[in-house]
Design a protein around this ligand. Structure first.
Ligand SMILES: NC(=O)c1ccc[n+]([C@@H]2O[C@H](COP(=O)([O-])OP(=O)(O)OC[C@H]3O[C@@H](n4cnc5c(N)ncnc54)[C@H](OP(=O)(O)O)[C@@H]3O)[C@@H](O)[C@H]2O)c1
Length: 255
């Protein structure tokens, strides 16, 4: 049995991704907040809902998906039942040290999923406490695997990984919107412009993932001498595209 504390944007996205990709909702128990968000999701997906953290007693893995403001009070309640469980917090700032301060020497992990988990195409970075065994990690990775890729990293790289994989869906959305605006400017209707931009982003990402070549070689392949694509690439460089992306990550990292 898998437990969740909090089913807002990211908790809800992970649960949705799991269930839509074949994880049995009957094996998920969720303790939600005060609004009816969890109930609405429950009506769609059919997991069990409980009112108190201690009702998650029968689970062996618990994901904490509350915001930082609710974390410590949740951890205080969780301490009672945490001893034999694997605890994974998605909450920003839920360092392993912080989790252990409240829960004692139990098995804790800090993970940062991104929103594409909702459609099974997520990327989750995770850092484990030293007492996680390989078997424990396999268990977590098999559960989160329903939502996409799961990659273990040292805890000091989790923040930047979370920015590169977790903030960037919004950056890509902006790129898709801008590309679609350009299509409309040059005469495409809006729907077709969005379909083309989104279809391109999916296809180019798939190609980049599956190709033996790195992305700059893929770019070289489509830039014929004196052609339209290299003129577009040069314009992107002229207007600081690469630097804008690096600055966006800098800004996300430096609060
Ligand atoms: N959104 C992302 O892409 C993302 C990605 C990775 C990590 N994170 C981190 O995950 C955390 C949550 O983010 P979010 O965007 O999912 O926030 P959110 O949409 O506000 O969701 C938090 C949920 O926690 C619930 N909650 C609050 N107190 C609770 C309690 N005592 N027991 C059970 N549930 C409780 C809230 O319930 P109500 O609905 O009743 O208020 C809400 O649904 C943040 O620390 C964020 O940094 C977010």
């Amino acid at each position: 049995m898998i437990g969740f504390i909090g089913a807002g944007s990211i908790g809800g996205a992970v649960i949705t991704g799991m269930v839509k990709n074949g994880y049995d909702a009957k094996n998920i128990i969720v303790k939600g907040g005060h609004s009816n968000r969890t109930k609405l999701l429950c009506d769609q997906l059919g997991f069990q809902m409980v009112k108190k953290v201690k009702q998650l007693e029968e689970t062996d893995v618990i994901f904490i998906a509350v915001g930082a403001n609710a974390l410590d009070s949740v951890l205080k309640e969780l301490k009672e039942i945490a001893a034999d469980k694997l605890i994974v917090a998605f909450t920003g700032g839920a360092s392993i040290t912080h989790l252990k301060q409240f829960l004692g020497d139990v098995k804790v992990a800090h993970a940062i999923p991104n929103t594409p988990v909702k459609v099974g195409a997520g990327f989750t970075g995770i850092a484990y406490s030293n007492n996680f065994t390989d078997e424990d990690k396999k268990k977590i990775e098999s559960v989160l695997g329903y939502t996409g890729q799961v990659v273990e990293v040292p805890e000091n790289q989790l923040g930047i990984l979370g920015t590169v994989a977790g903030c960037s869906p919004a950056f890509l959305d902006l790129f898709i919107e801008a590309l679609s605006d350009a299509g409309v400017k040059h005469g495409l209707n809006r729907k077709l412009a969005y379909d083309a931009a989104i279809g391109m982003a999916i296809g180019a990402s798939k190609l980049a993932k599956q190709s033996e070549m790195n992305v700059s070689a893929l770019k070289d392949e489509v830039t014929s001498p004196g052609g339209s694509t290299i003129r577009g690439v040069a314009a992107l460089e002229e207007y600081g595209f690469r630097n804008a992306v690096i600055k966006a990550v800098d800004a996300a990292e430096n609060k």
